[in-house]
Design a protein around this ligand. Structure first.
Ligand code: GDP
Length: 337
């Protein structure tokens, strides 16, 4: 039956063999082995499913090609505990940061941003970010640090002293933006547009979209802002374990996202916006640990790619105008023992 069958259908298999065929179909539909879906650049072929193995083939480590990427990613995200760095509700008061790559996480209220952060860091619910069953709880911009602190040598290599900013305590920052989708959208949109335009050190944006609910107008409004700001963007579909129609449902959501993005691109005058053709899938709530693990690894990969920590050999990924950060190799990271 394979690693992706839910426990409940396994026990049904042993109790009653008549159930096995339908249980198998149910398991295959509800727990797809996809970690990402690939949208072809020009829609000449159907959306294809990517397994973690496929996805890793297109990436190599900055300094150690051939090393198992999954292990390196796990180490990067968990060996030095991720930590809350600071919260700020005023976009104008965010701390200056020219030293470590910053990636922002955006999505509608309740889409699973906090769960995503906790999963990346391998923390339980509320272990790092606060998970809430009620929408609209996160009002402030919360910055979290991941990976080991840069060494003194790395800081020296970055050049002149920067007295007006903190010495970094982590390899990269994830900035959790307040969720949108409620009455506050207008004000939120204004602030986020400001952040995306003015924050020079943000390397990329992760946009979370609920795989079951699908993209809403507010999601496309955000994607438009990202296109205007020419900020490199990766889409992550959350809650894949809740999609009733399984893989078919995931594909439907993916197609809607694709159509919306194509419409935005068609209106864009400069065509410099880069968005990842791999739409990543997460299923934090999956009962099957293999599903949860493989989708988590690809989410870690998505963020590491945006932060510039993993060399990306796919075509057209370097078009982002803001993409200027120096590649930090995994070998250069020093972990506290
Ligand atoms: P936020 O408002 O975007 O930070 O969303 P939260 O992380 O607080 O999650 C909102 C709700 O969705 C919580 O009840 C989570 O337990 C649930 N949730 C988040 N991610 C997943 C997932 O991948 N699968 C399932 N089944 N539930 C999830």
């Amino acid at each position: 039956m394979g690693a992706f069958a839910p426990a409940s259908s396994r026990s049904r298999w042993s109790q009653n063999r008549c159930f096995s065929a339908s249980a198998l179909r149910y398991a295959a539909a509800k727990y797809p082995k996809v970690a990402a879906l690939l949208i072809p650049e020009f829609r000449t072929s159907a959306i294809t499913e990517i397994t973690p193995d496929d996805l890793f083939k297109s990436s190599s480590l900055a300094s150690a090609p051939g090393q198992p990427l999954e292990d390196e990613l796990t180490k990067l995200y968990t060996r030095n505990p991720a930590a809350f760095v600071y919260a700020e509700s005023d976009f104008y008061k965010l701390r200056k940061n020219t030293r470590v790559p910053e990636v922002c996480i955006l999505g509608r209220s309740n889409v699973g941003k906090s769960s995503f952060l906790n999963a990346l860091a391998n923390r339980s619910s509320n272990g790092l970010a606060h998970v809430s069953s009620k929408a609209g709880k996160t009002r402030s911009i919360n910055t979290y640090g991941f990976g080991p602190a840069p060494t003194i040598k790395q800081l020296q290599d970055q050049g002149s002293e920067r007295k007006d900013e903190d010495i970094p305590t982590h390899t990269f920052h994830l900035v959790d933006m307040p969720g949108y989708g409620h009455a506050s959208l207008k004000e939120w949109g204004k602030n986020i547009a400001l952040y995306l335009k003015k924050r020079n050190f943000v390397k990329g944006a992760i946009v979370l979209i609920d795989a079951e609910v699908g993209p809403k107008d507010s999601d496309f409004h955000l994607l438009q802002l990202l296109s205007d700001a020419q900020l490199k963007t990766a889409i992550v579909m959350t809650k894949a374990d809740k999609v009733r129609k399984g893989l078919e449902g995931l594909r439907e959501t993916c197609t809607k996202v694709w159509d919306g993005i194509r419409a935005i691109e068609a209106q864009s005058t400069d065509g410099n916006w880069v968005w990842e053709k791999d739409v990543y899938v997460t299923a934090v709530g999956a009962k099957d640990s293999a599903v949860a693990r493989s989708t988590l690894t690809t989410a870690r990969l998505a963020v590491a790619r945006l932060a510039g920590l993993v060399k990306d050999e796919r075509l057209n990924v370097e078009r982002n105008k803001r993409w200027s950060g120096k590649m930090i190799s995994f070998d250069d990271l020093q972990y506290a023992s």
